[in-house]
Write a protein that binds this ligand. Structure first.
Ligand code: HEM
Length: 358
């Protein structure tokens, strides 16, 4: 049995690369539990896996967009197989088959990253449950997305289902953003003594917190209403795809209402945060969200007034993913209650395990 006053048993971590700081607060709880070949601390690899999760979640939004915009949504006409006879696309299916099947294959890349992420925090699941549950959620989201994607195909690209597919992906971007932030803090706490780092590392006020909420909520409203505009517009993913029976101009105007609210709240948030004694991270998060929303709004108008060229629409989808990332970060920097604590390099003995379960 190992106690928390003993030296860290980090020998099981294959890629520990930061010096362990004895001044970092340590818990008496047993926290390491699981196969010894898995890492026992947050390392640089854990951080890069979290970043890879975020990038892959944003990436799949863009590649999914490419499927829709090249009219390849029914490139594989059925699901889970590509055709009733074949698991993969066939040469006769042409470019649409390649694009749709390529996008389906990317699910495995996402799955691989999500599985690695979960394994990299597996042994710390008692001391860092939020890291574990976020990683678990990202992994679970992949089969969930595959099923929603399947329903999309089986409903011949019903626009409400396509919108649901997008919203699940956007939620995964939100979770991955928080995961990157948390893993980054946990990684830092291992090399810094003193106050454990927190996402809220400077003062906040009811006004700044309220504005961050308004940015976040109006951002989600803009994202959702955007999917309704898409469901009404010309890029349904296939020439035969059903469309909403709305007036495209009116739904676009409705889509833009939360955008204006978001821009106004983001400007005010930036002013408030720059005026109070905020940390660099807090300030950057507000500047970033404002920049991204302005960029996204600009693309939105240019695509709207130019007949929705597919490259701009694709850029608008990337912008939507970046909005989710930026607004989640800005809110996290104002509202989070998370505090990093070092992963205990303590092997759990049977007694400690029983205590932890009690
Ligand atoms: C915060 C800013 C904005 C966000 C987060 C946002 C988000 C979105 C999203 C998520 C979609 C749907 C993507 C999809 O389902 O594939 C979309 C579509 C669209 N957005 Fe925005 N948008 C923003 C600003 C604007 C602005 C200012 C306009 C200007 C008119 C605009 C015009 C459009 C149009 C026309 C579509 C439909 C494109 C299509 O038919 O595929 N957006 N937007």
């Amino acid at each position: 049995m190992t106690s928390s006053t003993q030296p860290a048993a980090v020998g099981t971590a294959p890629d520990v690369d930061l010096p362990h700081d004895a001044a970092v607060p340590r818990s008496a709880e047993p926290v390491l539990d699981g196969p010894r070949w898995l890492p026992s601390t947050i390392t640089r690899t854990t951080y890069w896996l979290a970043i890879a999760s975020l990038i892959s979640e944003i990436g799949i939004i863009v590649t999914g967009g490419a499927v829709r915009l090249t009219k390849s949504g029914l490139g594989c006409p059925t699901w889970p197989k590509c055709t009733p006879e074949s698991l993969t696309n066939t040469p006769e299916m042409g470019i649409h088959g390649i694009i749709e099947f390529g996008n389906r294959t990317l699910t495995f890349v996402l799955g691989f990253i999500a599985l690695a992420m979960l394994l990299w925090v597996w042994r710390m699941r008692r001391s860092h449950p939020s890291l574990f549950w976020m990683s678990f959620g990202l992994l679970l989201g992949i089969p969930a997305q595959a099923v929603v994607g399947g329903i999309t195909v089986l409903t011949q690209l019903n626009p409400w289902v396509v919108a649901g597919h997008f919203m699940v992906s956007a939620t995964m971007v939100c979770v991955a953003t928080l995961l990157v932030s948390r893993v980054g803090l946990e990684w830092r706490v291992r090399s810094e003594s003193g106050t454990p780092p927190q996402p809220v590392d400077g003062p906040t006020t009811p006004l700044s917190r309220g504005l961050a909420w308004i940015v976040f909520i109006s951002g989600w409203a803009a994202v959702y209403l955007g999917t309704v505009v898409t469901g009404t517009g010309p890029h349904g993913g296939d020439a035969t795809a059903p469309r909403h029976d709305f007036d495209p101009l009116i739904v676009t105007r409705i889509h833009v209402v939360p955008v204006y609210i978001m821009v106004a709240a983001a400007v005010l948030l930036m002013i408030v945060v720059l005026r109070q004694d905020s940390s660099r991270g807090q300030r950057m998060s507000t500047v970033r969200v404002l920049m991204v929303v302005l960029f996204q709004g600009l693309i939105g108008y240019v695509q709207h007034f130019n007949g929705l060229p597919i490259l701009l629409v694709l850029l608008h989808m990337l912008g939507a993913a970046l909005i989710v990332w930026a607004m989640t970060n800005a809110l996290d920097r104002q509202r989070s209650t998370y505090t990093a604590r070092v992963a205990e390099a303590v092997e759990a003995g049977p007694e400690q395990m029983a205590q932890a379960r009690a």
